[in-house]
Ligand binder design. Structure first.
Ligand SMILES: Nc1nc2c(c(=O)[nH]1)N[C@H]1C(S)=C(S)[C@@H](COP(=O)(O)OP(=O)(O)OC[C@H]3O[C@@H](n4cnc5c(=O)[nH]c(N)nc54)[C@H](O)[C@@H]3O)O[C@H]1N2
Ligand SMILES: Nc1nc2c(c(=O)[nH]1)N[C@H]1C(S)=C(S)[C@@H](COP(=O)(O)OP(=O)(O)OC[C@H]3O[C@@H](n4cnc5c(=O)[nH]c(N)nc54)[C@H](O)[C@@H]3O)O[C@H]1N2
Ligand SMILES: [Mo]
Length: 681
């Protein structure tokens, strides 16, 4: 057994770690050190789910950690906002500047004029939603609704299944039919692919339903292309056939669901002819898919994030989540569905985040409406503190976001490892440690393991962890509550004890230090007692009716914008959102951003494969090299990757995306925007 206290002092050797990226796989890692530095990162073969394999992004992580561009000291801006002229300053000056500005703002305009903006650049709970929350609660700052990733789909899934509880990946060796629905798993959930590949060797089938025949579609037994935002219609068409051909499990429906009779009546109108007209999936294929789903079990649907980044994303996931109950898949090992399994590892949030430190209520700002908030919020936002996020690239309607960031009266602090596109607008930039330099605990949202990370290298330069920055800021602001004096280990202990969640593992810090990863307990029959108002799987939901939605799963069309092409700008293989988009190795592996277009559309517009095209709408424009072929349906264009535009290249795809709010959860609709495309002359 390694002595955890000394991992960061190991000069030469191999030490354990966990990946901190915002990714379902949450891999166990082995870090190789030479002369006190990380020289190589491998997978940990003893990790039960990730079993020693890791992605290329993390394999090359050492180059990012020691990149000469990595921030080593605090900086202050000395040129115009956005331009990138900075000078090093001391931590003392940086903290004095921030605390001074904030004290003045609080006195003159109130603490709500300060907005924290963060996401999961580091999935560690202490550093992404721990000491920071304590601090901003005590400060009384505006709160941020963290909706950018999965909130629409999670809200939809919850109406059906009561929360983020799904199939255990450990049981998927039994699965006979995998449906990857709106997930580019080859790039975004590689261990899900490895599990499916193993099962395929034993005869399992893989169906992929997507708007883009990407790497994941190409490896399927059957790839089904579909028009964006129409998946709920396809799911309803499958239900139509399942009922009509008596392929449903009536015993399961009676025992464990609410509303199956209403649903049976309701889906009569979603006949394959009608559904084909909506989805672009041919009538015969709808029959074939429904029969496959009705006959092959265990069947498991991996519901991706892509299909819920739409105006109707909540309802789409709510609808697909009904399917496993219709055929009773939940009772089978390896059957069911996974959107997220985060519910099994929900920890003691109140103990970690201490909402009780908030002395008065304050408003909540939806993060996907940052552009609007920076322009029009009343009372105005006067200061933004950004950490673990890069909104100048990842937020929708990004040109408008940048115009907001450029406001001279907006005092911006950015805490990051690099001078990101957002940091260029900051008044003060603070250098952040990487997750390898911190203590933290991690909970996967796909497999069901809780992990501990101990620092394996010392802090880089003068960088500080998020928790330390907020401890120092608390002191500077004169907050003397003991909550700001607790160590990282004490925070972990609080978060994992007295957890109000029956599945959370019984584990304390000492045991977690020994074991490093521990699985959630008794997760097998979660579907028998779900956290809906009825305690059953809700095919018909009175709660939805009360919340202003149809009670039964329903196809709701996307908002139509007045341009010819639906634009789907998803993530790519070698970046993680915008992370790695500034690292030479990753850019080289990814080559260049492309726009995929159907040959018929290209021919009509006189666009040649490999040429540069201009993509535009009223929000902004972009120029990408076009890839013409049959990877997307006519009327759809797809790009991959949140590329940096620091070089001046017009690659900011979020310049085009809408900042409307999805049907549920305040979610983002990155993929429901429309654009025009024309050749660049
Ligand atoms: N390599 C890599 N891995 C990542 C990330 C990354 O940037 N790069 N990001 C991480 C994060 S934060 C997340 S949330 C996940 C996201 O990973 P995924 O869950 O895979 O989600 P996306 O890649 O956004 O979209 C998945 C697929 O949905 C398709 N799609 C879009 N609209 C529709 C639709 O209407 N219907 C259907 N059927 N398909 C549609 C897209 O073409 C895409 O292939 O990945 C995580 N892992
Ligand atoms: N067009 C389009 N836009 C999208 C998406 C899409 O599919 N298409 N996907 C959306 C989704 S699903 C998501 S989740 C968001 C993600 O958006 P973000 O969460 O903003 O993700 P990143 O771009 O990876 O930026 C994370 C930043 O955190 C920094 N960081 C890492 N660790 C730490 C740390 O410990 N401390 C501090 N202070 N900083 C740290 C990294 O260096 C990086 O700059 O993007 C969304 N935007
Ligand atoms: Mo995400």
């Amino acid at each position: 057994m390694l002595d955890m206290e000394s991992l960061k002092n190991v000069e030469n050797g191999v030490v354990p770690a966990v990946c901190s990226l915002d990714c379902p796989d949450q891999c166990g890692l082995l870090v190789h050190k030479k002369d006190g530095k990380i020289v190589k990162i491998d997978g940990d073969p003893s990790h039960p789910v990730t079993q020693g394999s890791i992605c290329n992004k993390v394999r090359h992580m050492a180059e990012r950690l020691y990149d000469p561009e990595r921030l080593q000291t605090p900086l202050k801006r000395v040129g115009p906002k956005g331009q990138g002229s900075f000078e090093p300053i001391s931590w003392e000056e940086a903290i004095d500047t921030i605390a001074g500005r904030w004290r003045k703002l609080i006195a003159e305009e109130g603490a709500e004029s300060i907005l924290p903006y963060s996401f999961y650049g580091n999935m560690g709970r202490l550093h992404s939603e721990g000491m920071d929350r304590r601090f901003f609660h005590r400060l009384g700052a505006s709160q941020l609704a963290q909706t950018i990733c999965s909130s629409a789909g999670n809200a939809g899934y919850k109406y059906t299944m009561g929360g983020s509880f799904g199939t255990d990946p450990a049981e998927m060796s039994e699965t006979k039919l995998f449906i990857f629905w709106g997930i580019n798993a080859v790039s975004t959930n590689m261990h899900q692919v490895m599990i499916a590949q193993k099962a395929r060797k034993k005869g399992a089938k893989l169906v992929v339903i997507d708007v883009h025949k990407n790497q994941t579609g190409k490896m399927a037994d059957w790839f089904i292309p579909i028009y964006p935002g129409t998946d709920s219609a396809l799911a309803l068409g499958i239900m139509h056939v399942l009922y009509a051909e008596n392929l449903v499990d009536r015993d399961f429906l009676k025992a464990y669901t609410v509303g199956h009779e209403e649903l049976e009546q309701h889906v009569k109108k979603y006949d394959p002819q009608t559904v084909a007209g909506i989805t672009g999936v041919p009538v015969d294929d709808i029959y074939q898919l429904a029969r496959m789903y009705g006959h092959i079990s265990p069947a498991m649907i991996r519901i991706g994030n892509g299909l819920q980044h739409h105006d109707n994303g909540g309802m789409t996931v709510r609808t697909i989540a009904c399917l496993p109950a219709l055929t009773g898949q939940w009772r089978l090992k390896g059957g069911g569905a996974v959107k997220s399994n985060a519910g099994f590892l929900a920890y003691n949030k109140a103990a970690l985040q201490r909402p009780d430190l908030r002395q008065r209520q304050s408003r909540t700002i939806n993060m996907i409406q940052l552009a609007e908030a920076l322009h029009d919020a009343e009372p105005p936002i006067r200061s933004l503190f950004v950490y673990c996020a890069n909104p100048a690239v990842v937020a929708p309607n990004a040109e408008k976001v940048r115009r907001g960031l450029a406001r001279e009266d907006l005092f911006i602090v950015v805490h990051d490892l690099f001078l990101t596109e957002t940091a260029k607008y900051a008044d003060v930039v603070l250098p952040a440690t990487s997750s390898f330099e911190n203590t933290d605990f991690y909970t996967s949202y796909w497999h069901q393991y809780l992990h501990l990370q101990e620092p394996v290298i010392p802090p880089y330069g003068e960088s500080k962890s998020n928790a330390d920055v907020f401890r120092i800021l608390a002191e500077a602001m004169g907050f003397d509550e003991p909550a700001f004096k607790e160590s990282d280990e004490e925070l972990v202990e609080r978060a994992i004890s007295e957890v109000p969640n029956p599945y959370f593992p019984d584990v304390d810090l000492a045991e977690l230090k020994k074991k490093r990863f521990v699985k959630a307990k008794n997760t097998g029959e979660h579907w028998k007692n779900v956290n809906t108002p009825s305690g059953k799987i809700e095919l018909y939901s009175k709660q939805m009716e009360r919340d202003g939605y149809p009670a039964l799963p329903t196809y709701m069309p996307l908002v139509d914008e007045n341009y010819p092409f639906l634009f789907v700008p998803g993530p790519n293989h070698h970046f993680l959102n915008s992370t790695f988009s500034n690292n030479a190795k990753h850019m080289k592996l990814e080559k260049e951003p492309r726009l995929f277009m159907n040959s018929a559309d290209a021919e009509k517009l006189g666009i040649e494969n490999g040429s540069l095209v201009r993509i535009w709408n009223e929000r902004g424009e972009c120029e990408l090299v076009v890839s013409v072929g049959d990877q997307v349906l006519p009327g759809v264009v797809v790009s991959q990757g949140l590329w940096s535009d620091q070089s001046g290249a017009k690659r900011l795809v979020n310049a085009l995306t809408p900042d409307r709010v999805a049907d549920m959860g305040g979610g983002a609709v990155f993929f429901s925007g429309k654009v025009n495309v024309e050749p660049v002359k």
